[in-house]
Design a protein around this ligand. Structure first.
Ligand code: FAD
Length: 415
């Protein structure tokens, strides 16, 4: 079958990989000049299969006033005259109900486990270098109450197959010596040895090269998809400035470009961009962490990428605006220096701002659309790198007519 994947971010590229391995004739259309240049470019680098719980959870409700009022809050809501923003926020609040959040967390753990297996198979089969490490993750807590609550949740994660250990502050430092100067700030941490890290951009570029060289996939860069041509409830072609690209099936993996394209077809995807920021430091050996670390109090993640250190954080519900960029990056730099003061030269850090293509309940949108051969693989929010390989497998199964290993209804755009 001829399958056309729209978008060459990590989700589109992994989709193309699974489809090519199924023997399809695959073409990718990408608006930018290369692979993984949008949200997949400089994200947190964590492959965090056990930490996939949704942002929408009853525990966020007491924090809402701070989001609205404090300029330096990790999570910020910047109200706009934008119906989509308000609709998304309302759905987010509804997704905070306890029973729904628990159900979502279980479903996401299943997709996380599938993604880990699929990525492991990929790295075993293909020689692909992306600073990939199975280095484990340490989530550190500054507040004893929050640490206790996390310890209570361990049993629930263990039931879902996660191997975790609770560590006091000294044990955190023993595990990750780069935390030494932060020890007085810490109440403790939870270590998950099975978590991993890698450079999503390098992964995307290497995968794009592999797809072209080994799997005969055609990638058309600088080819924005303007619209879809539909005949008798089927997609027949993607319209681009360079002409129409025809195929038997299409996969929409356009990240933040997905909702605008689908809107032209009368389909309203529940997605909104959540802005975040990252710094990339040339790490200082011995002083930069080798374990992935999440500072839960600040909601900042740290991942070693070879000799570099990736630092990422902040969630802003502010549309595609980058008005706060410099101020928020300065805040991120200060917060990182608080916990890893000697990790590297902060003055020369590379800076980046990206927009997570997020659904209100954090679950991606996978599966069918009202158009028989037009499929969705989008809306991965804060976890697109982590969940890409499993999502790709699910969508390849659906296109091949195989029963996917999870309930697609739970990922429907109409759920
Ligand atoms: C600060 C930050 C930290 C993060 N940290 C992590 C992390 O640690 N771990 C993790 O798993 N995830 C993380 N994420 C999330 C992750 O980066 C995203 O979920 C993921 O990159 C989404 O991939 P994607 O392929 O769906 O979207 P994208 O990477 O944005 O790809 C979509 C592609 O479609 C193209 N496109 C859009 N519209 C069109 C069009 N009309 N025609 C043609 N092409 C088009 C774009 O150019 C783009 O290349 C983070 C995100 C941010 C912002």
């Amino acid at each position: 079958m001829r399958v056309c994947v729209l978008g060459a971010g990590v989700v589109g590229l992994t989709s193309a990989y699974q489809l090519a391995r199924d023997g399809h004739d695959v073409t990718i259309l990408e608006g930018r000049d290369g692979a993984a240049l949008e949200t997949s470019f400089a994200n947190g680098g964590q492959l965090s299969y056990s930490y996939v719980a949704p942002l929408a959870d009853p525990s966020v409700l007491p924090h809402l006033p701070a989001w609205l009022l404090q300029r330096d809050s990790a999570l910020r809501f910047v109200p706009r005259l934008d119906v989509q923003q308000w609709r998304w926020c309302l759905s987010f609040l509804l997704a905070c109900r306890g029973s729904r959040a628990r159900q979502t967390a279980m479903e996401m753990l299943q997709l996380g486990a599938l993604s880990r297996d699929a990525l492991h198979e990929l790295v075993q089969r293909e020689a692909i270098d992306f600073n990939y490490v199975r280095n484990g993750k340490l989530v550190v807590y500054r507040d004893a109450q929050a640490f206790d609550a996390a310890r209570r949740k361990m049993a629930y994660l263990a039931a879902a197959g996660s191997d975790q250990r609770a560590l006091d502050a000294a044990a955190c430092v023993a595990l990750e010596p780069a935390l030494e100067r932060a020890q007085p700030l810490l109440a403790g941490g939870i270590h998950t040895p099975s978590e991993e890290a890698g450079d999503c951009y390098t992964f995307g570029v290497a995968l794009a090269g592999l797809l072209q060289a080994r799997y005969g996939v055609a990638i058309h860069y600088a080819t924005p998809v303007e619209s879809m041509i539909i005949e008798a409830a089927e997609a027949v072609a993607a319209r681009t400035p360079h002409g129409e690209i025809r195929a038997d099936a299409f996969v929409v993996a356009l990240g933040n470009g997905s909702a605008p394209l689908l809107r032209t077809l009368g389909v309203r995807l529940p997605m909104y961009p959540l802005t975040g920021y990252s710094l990339t430091l040339p790490g200082t050996p011995g002083h930069a962490p080798r374990v992935s670390v999440t500072d839960l109090h600040r909601k900042v993640v740290y991942a070693p990428l070879g000799e570099r250190l990736r630092i990422a954080g902040m969630v802003e519900i502010a549309g595609m605006s980058v008005a706060q960029r410099e101020r928020r990056l300065a805040l991120l730099r200060r917060q990182a220096q608080e916990i890893f003061p000697d990790a590297g030269d902060y003055a020369v850090a590379e800076t980046w701002c990206g927009h997570r293509p997020a659904t209100p309940d954090s679950k991606p949108l996978l599966g069918a659309t009202p158009y028989r051969n037009l499929w969705l693989n989008t809306g991965h929010g804060a976890l697109g790198f982590t969940l890409a390989c499993g999502s790709a497998r699910v969508i390849a199964d659906a296109i091949a007519g195989r029963t996917p290993p999870l309930d697609l209804g739970a990922y429907s755009w109409q759920r």
